[in-house]
Design a protein around this ligand. Structure first.
Ligand SMILES: NC(=O)c1ccc[n+]([C@@H]2O[C@H](COP(=O)([O-])OP(=O)(O)OC[C@H]3O[C@@H](n4cnc5c(N)ncnc54)[C@H](O)[C@@H]3O)[C@@H](O)[C@H]2O)c1
Length: 378
């Protein structure tokens, strides 16, 4: 079946994997990558598919209601997969307004334009879908007390289940009450509420998913894993917040993209699905794994760069622990993570080391200057 789908934020980290998957897997679809190309958007992430006939890039701000409404009509859009967002917690602490504008007002603008266009059609919402990608951070923080003898990392479903039993319900479920702590998570929570309100008020066929921390190729090197790979490569200090005790649940980005594909096509309207990797790590432990892997792959002595670790003042309002229970998604739609963490991290470190030009261009900002000339950024 032919479909006309807009993927917002497709030049970013996760969005580029989603765009690539859809363009390659569904040649009969028109895939439109809509992105403002902020500092985090980089079309070099999509070099391998940019000439495919079913792919088009549109440079647009999601807050531009008129432009998006026009695009909906021109391209007869029937599906929206919405990933565009300001996504870095540290930036949100410094500049919360930008986060409210893009994440809340931008999402509202897309919803309202989609509503007006879809309601103007004879079939209205039939066959339409507004799929909003959110984060586990909206749920707040979980407890850090680990029962004796049961400590992270938990890198398989089995060890995670053992942990689950010990903790009882101390995981994020789809029913967990929202309790965001950072301006980033507050803005994502606000956008999630608007998406659900458009279903409840107007009957728009919406879906929301909340995913844990992603890692993998093409992530902007301000986030922990690519930043540290780059710093270890260049023997620069590795700034670790507090004691590095905070726990995060890590998912390989291609597994997230695969989940998005399944949920977009088979997920139930008005539902929420949690997506997670059954892969909980303390930050300090994950950093040690990254150091050992980079050292080994660069032919250095494993652990040689451990002394680059530099403890710095903790991030304001730093959430202690996130952990996702994605049983619902497994049970109802049959998705589960395909990669063991060891495999995923090896693949990731190799990718950054083999793509040093990408890393250097991104860290120096060269890619932005190139696209500024191309797209006449105002
Ligand atoms: N990275 C993670 O670990 C993670 C986990 C769960 C959920 N999420 C969510 O997934 C989505 C994508 O995250 P990411 O890590 O790929 O982010 P990213 O920062 O790498 O990419 C965001 C993209 O959105 C674009 N964008 C920003 N503002 C825009 C605007 N006003 N108009 C149009 N485009 C704009 C940027 O140019 C960029 O290409 C976000 O909604 C984020 O909240 C991320």
């Amino acid at each position: 079946m032919k479909r006309n789908i807009v993927i917002t934020g497709g030049a970013g980290f996760i969005g580029s994997h989603v765009v690539r998957l859809f363009v390659n897997k569904y040649p009969e679809y028109n895939i439109i990558n809509l992105d403002k190309l902020t500092y985090a958007g980089n079309l070099a992430n999509l070099k391998d598919i940019e000439d495919k006939p079913n792919y088009k890039f549109v440079k647009m701000d999601i807050c531009d209601f008129d432009a998006f409404y026009q695009l909906m009509q021109d391209e007869q859009i029937d599906g929206i997969i919405h990933l565009a967002a300001e996504s870095h917690v540290d930036r949100s602490i410094k500049d919360p307004f930008t986060f409210a504008r893009t994440n809340v007002m931008g999402t509202l603008s897309l919803l309202q334009a989609a509503k007006l266009y879809w309601e103007s059609l004879p079939e209205k919402y039939e066959g339409k879908r507004f799929y909003h990608i959110s984060t586990d951070e909206v749920y707040g923080a979980l407890s850090m007390t680990h029962p004796e003898g049961i400590e992270p990392p938990f890198t398989t479903k089995a060890s995670s289940s053992q942990h689950h039993e010990a903790y009882g319900e101390d995981f994020f479920l789809e029913t967990t009450k929202y309790n965001p702590h950072s301006p980033y998570s507050a803005s994502k929570a606000g956008s999630d509420h608007f998406v659900r309100a458009f279903h409840d008020t107007y009957g728009m066929p919406t879906i929301v998913t909340n995913c844990s921390n992603n890692y993998g190729p093409y992530q902007f090197p301000e986030k922990l894993i690519p930043l540290f790979i780059n710093n270890i490569r260049n023997r620069k200090p590795l700034p670790v917040y507090g004691k590095g005790e905070n726990v995060r649940d890590w998912l390989f980005v291609e597994d997230h993209a695969r989940a998005i594909d399944i949920i977009f096509h088979e997920g139930k309207v008005a539902e929420t699905y949690n997506i997670g990797g059954y892969n909980e790590w303390k930050n300090i432990d994950i950093i040690k794994v990254v150091i050992n892997t980079v050292d080994r792959l660069l032919g250095r002595k494993e652990g040689e760069d451990l002394d680059l670790i530099t403890y710095v003042t903790d991030r304001l309002g730093h959430d202690a622990r996130y952990a996702i229970d994605s049983t619902k998604l497994q049970r109802e739609l049959g998705w589960e993570p395909s990669l063991q963490f060891e495999e995923g991290i090896e693949k990731t470190v190799k990718w950054y080391l083999e793509n040093q030009e990408w890393l250097d261009n991104v860290t120096s900002g060269v890619y932005q200057k190139y696209y500024e000339n191309m797209y006449q950024v105002k």
